[in-house]
Design a protein around this ligand. Structure first.
Ligand code: PEP
Ligand code: MG
Length: 325
């Protein structure tokens, strides 16, 4: 199979009815970027910048951050890279960032983490903003904020970036050619106020790992719960269907970057719901490209519409049977 997937490396993922599906990859280390050319992925839909923090003994200095971001963009060439600002705190806690607040976290996944932490540790956020702006000098910068729960958090995060941008402009530094802002949709509350946010952003990436744990109130790290809820359950699929509908016509790019998109039946369901961008683990790129080329989006779209109105007992079985046919 791997050899067959390798043949797909340079083949663009068009569906049978000619829809282009963007198949991007998730990354977190400088060396991951090499997988772009090995897999033929369309770009990096999620670059987890916290990896650099997690492997460092102390807070990475600004010049080290800048160098990493520049290297990643150099290595990616013409392909798009979406940098996610740090998602640390909670379970990914760092000794050099611990505080009263992190010690108070009884439920770290829903605790003082990601943007919640970054907005209060403004120094950290400013340094990262500066490093991203400088690392992307002369190029497009795509920046995405994690765990946005209400629109004001996006405004506050963007303001930090705009402040740093103004500073660099005044000093006549070379700036990015464009800055595009986006959010992760992984806290369900954001879906309820999406209309307020859409005019302000360029893209959304749905993080189905966290979204699933928050929708079901089921810890994603607890092995006793791992098998309990399915990504193909009507609750998740209907939630995603509503997000797709609410974004339609807004001009905001919508993708999925959780692990869900790297599995065949799940990817099929997502395409059926209208998702046209998947960012997945590099090891899954081949099989998802192969799947895309076998799909007709109108057919699967119709089938999904029926299943969402009247969910079958076993969605996975229904999708598999449909795919067989
Ligand atoms: C997610 O939550 O789905 C996601 C992609 O981000 P992470 O797995 O890094 O939390
Ligand atoms: Mg997440």
């Amino acid at each position: 199979r791997q050899a067959e997937y390798a043949k797909l490396r340079d083949v663009e993922p068009f569906t049978r009815d000619g829809e282009r599906i963007e198949v991007m990859m998730n990354a977190g280390l400088r060396d991951d970027v090499a997988m772009l050319s090995l897999t033929g992925a369309d770009g990096i839909g999620l670059y987890r910048t916290e990896f650099q923090f997690l492997v460092s003994a102390a807070l990475p200095q600004r010049d080290r951050q800048t160098r990493l971001y520049r290297d990643v963009l150099d290595a990616a060439g013409d392909k798009k890279v979406i940098f996610r600002t740090v998602d640390i705190g909670g379970d990914k806690s760092l000794p050099y960032l611990s505080s009263e607040k992190s010690r108070e976290d009884e439920n770290p996944a829903m605790g003082w983490r990601a943007l919640r932490l970054a907005l209060e540790r403004e120094g950290l956020m400013k340094v990262q903003a500066r490093a991203l702006l400088e690392g992307a000098a002369g190029r497009e910068l795509n920046v995405m904020f994690p765990m946005v729960s209400e629109p004001w958090e996006f405004d506050a995060a963007k303001e930090v970036f705009e402040g740093q941008l103004a500073f660099l402009k005044k000093r006549k530094h070379k700036l990015p050619s464009a800055i595009r802002y986006g959010v992760m949709l992984e806290v369900p509350s954001l879906a309820e106020t999406l209309d307020l946010l859409l005019p302000k952003i360029s893209f959304i990436s749905i993080g189905t790992n966290d979204l699933t744990q928050f929708l079901f109130a089921a810890d994603r790290a607890n092995p006793s719960l791992a098998e309990r809820y399915d990504w193909l359950s009507p609750a998740i699929l209907r939630f995603l269907q509503r997000v797709v509908r609410n974004c339609a016509g807004s001009g905001v790019e919508l993708g999925v970057c959780g692990e869900m998109g790297g599995r065949r039946m799940e990817a099929l369901a997502l395409i059926g719901l209208g998702i046209r961008r998947l960012s997945i683990t590099p090891a899954s790129i081949g099989q998802i490209k192969e799947l895309v080329r076998q799909v007709d989006t109108k057919d699967i779209g119709e089938a999904m519409k029926g299943w969402m109105a009247q969910p079958p007992q076993d969605m996975r079985a229904a999708l598999s049977a449909w795919a067989e046919e």
